[in-house]
Design a protein around this ligand. Structure first.
Ligand code: ATP
Ligand code: MG
Length: 564
């Protein structure tokens, strides 16, 4: 897949549509998009898809393009400043910039109120006194029309008076709503006089107690778009049935600065992953994960802490593209993008996750040599380092088999293996404790096998393994993260009423103590490493200290030797 903007520009229906608009000089050739999160939770990978699309379009379309960040903060009961702050941090981390174009739907409350008044004056909105239940009961079904409210034909004067009194706080929650007067027989349920304002005696994180009526999302969203002169309002497929209402509002509210239109694309669904703020909130609230930034979470803050990179996420979003139909993307594809990126700049180190001791019986006691190793074969500029090697080493328990299975080419009793970048060793003796557990392997090394030289007079050595010097190794905490769920679609499999938490994996986090080469002592929190032959790891930004790094497993190597 090519990286050039021209190639990606011709790839999807949204970009084709926008290219046509630009060519036709619609909106004077401007492309103004927005990313409109509701600040009711932390952003997740699904949002990253939308961010990459909206901000990506602004980058691709030159000086006559921009992307707004707008908080759709119309529901005061679920929204918090913490979420606003995290959303801004996440968008920036992904590498995007809204410049001066930071907006809040709540900044438009006065204007939105004025638009509602103008709709009332045009006879296109009315105050309904019915209860929520009554309105639902008279809404009709997909096959039968709704029934008009007895309040539908109130006079303009009465509506204006009641709406003003709603605002003044004269009524209780649920006592009255303002509805758009559209068509109770419309085949589209969203057009059957949808509520556009409701009473909520709630404190808002920005407007405080100034308001006790709040606009509904379906009303506030298109009008906020228009107020910001958005040209293309891109959202996910579930809003397709709301599009007629979007268009009705743009057409019927007078004096709007912009004439946006809405188009929909398929949301990102990933295997083994939940993508709903509501459900992720449940995991956090019930303590089923360690907060929004738990590295197992699909939140931007979670994957950041795990060691995923913005470049990897952006490249992933490019690869998956945009479609008009729902789809399910393999988690493996995301992991592939993460590996591709980390391969380029993760420093290589030797770490042994499940150590067993190896004593080289013919290696002089007290001798230490320093093996020069390349920090990153993908980038010469990363330089080299010296790794100590001595008589006592650790190798990974998975690199030794007492009774080898067919095709096992690493260390076995009496067998020979190459210690990477050092020399070959032969296992002479297996030492066990009283319970029969292996405590030590006694081996001899062959000095003549340095620099890749083949053993003379012995069979060819097929396996190469990594190692650390026992006396020099650091003990570090390693957090082995794995899939959070045991099934591909925890949501689907739980069903509407079911509990998705039943599919939480018991093996999503394993904490071990590993032996690692001493060079990592100086690693800063938030650094990427490749543990050779194992996977990519990231020094936890919160829990690592200088000299005492804590490693999060970002992703296993595709051809890594360790099973778990
Ligand atoms: P959630 O269901 O997780 O709460 P949401 O759609 O309610 O998500 P918003 O804050 O309203 O969350 O979303 C902001 C933008 O991100 C919207 O334009 C929405 O369409 C988009 N978005 C949300 N989830 C996804 C997803 N899985 N894939 C692509 N875009 C998404
Ligand atoms: Mg939403």
């Amino acid at each position: 897949m090519s990286d050039s903007p021209a190639a990606s520009a011709s790839q999807d229906f949204i970009r084709e549509m926008i290219a046509t608009d630009v060519a036709d000089q619609r909106n004077d050739g401007w492309v103004i998009t927005r990313f409109p999160p509701e600040p009711n939770g932390y952003l997740h990978l699904g949002h990253a898809k939308s961010i990459c699309l909206n901000f990506g379009l602004s980058e691709e379309n030159g000086p006559k393009a921009r992307c707004h960040l707008r908080f759709d903060d119309t529901n005061p009961t679920k929204e918090e400043v913490e979420y606003v702050d995290s959303i801004m941090e996440d968008v920036k981390w992904l590498g995007f910039d809204w410049g001066d174009h930071l907006f809040y739907a709540s900044d438009y409350f006065e204007k939105l109120y004025g638009f509602a008044v103008s709709l009332i004056k045009k006879g296109l909105a009315y105050v309904d006194d019915q209860t929520h239940e009554q309105m639902r009961a008279t809404r009709g079904t997909l096959t039968s029309p709704g029934t008009a409210s007895p309040y539908r034909d109130r006079s303009v004067e009465e509506n204006l008076d009641l709406f003003a009194r709603m605002r003044a706080g004269e009524f209780k929650e649920g006592e009255r709503v303002l509805r758009a007067k559209i068509d109770m027989a419309s085949p589209n349920m969203n057009m059957r006089d949808p509520a556009i304002y409701r009473i909520l005696h709630a404190h808002h994180h920005r407007t405080g107690d100034a308001w006790c009526i709040y606009p509904m999302y379906d009303y506030a969203h298109p009008l906020s778009d228009a107020l910001e002169s958005i040209t293309h309002s891109l959202c996910t497929l579930e809003f397709e049935h709301h599009r007629p209402l979007y268009e009705w509002l743009i057409a019927n509210v007078d004096g709007l600065p912009g004439q946006p239109y809405q188009r929909e694309f398929a949301r990102l669904n990933l295997t083994y992953t939940l993508m709903s703020k509501r459900k992720l909130l449940k995991l956090v609230k019930e303590g089923l994960v360690n907060g929004w930034d738990d590295p197992r979470m699909p939140t931007i803050s979670g994957i950041r802490r795990r060691g995923y990179t913005p470049e990897a996420i952006r490249s992933f979003c490019k690869i998956i593209g945009l479609t008009k139909y729902p789809s399910l993307t393999e988690l493996g594809l995301l992991e592939h993008s993460v590996r591709e990126d980390l391969n380029k700049h993760a420093q290589r180190v030797y770490a042994v996750l499940r150590p067993i001791k190896v004593v080289l019986t013919n290696y002089p006691e007290g001798q230490v040599e320093h093996v020069e190793l390349v920090n990153n074969p993908e980038n010469e500029a990363d330089g080299k380092r010296f790794v100590p090697l001595s008589r006592e080493l650790y190798i990974d328990a998975d690199d030794f088999m007492e009774t080898p299975s067919a095709g096992f080419h690493r260390l076995v009793p009496g067998g020979e293996v190459r210690l990477k970048y050092a020399f070959c060793i032969i296992c002479q003796e297996v030492i066990k404790d009283a319970d029969g557990n292996i405590t030590e392997l006694r081996c001899t090394y062959d000095d003549a096998t340095r620099h890749g030289a083949k053993p003379v007079g012995r069979p060819k050595v097929k396996g190469t393994i990594h190692w650390v010097s026992a006396a020099h190794a650091l003990d570090v905490e390693v957090r082995l993260y794995d899939k959070l769920f045991t099934v591909e679609q925890p949501d689907e499999q739980a069903g509407e009423e079911g509990d998705f938490t039943q599919f939480l994996s018991q093996e999503s986090l394993q904490i071990i103590s590993a032996k690692i080469e001493p060079s990592v002592a100086t690693a800063k929190p938030g650094s990427h490493f490749q543990f050779e032959r194992v996977g990519y790891f990231f020094t936890d930004p919160k829990d690592s200290q200088l000299g005492k790094p804590v490693f999060n497993r970002t992703v296993q190597l595709k051809d890594g030797f360790v099973k778990k």
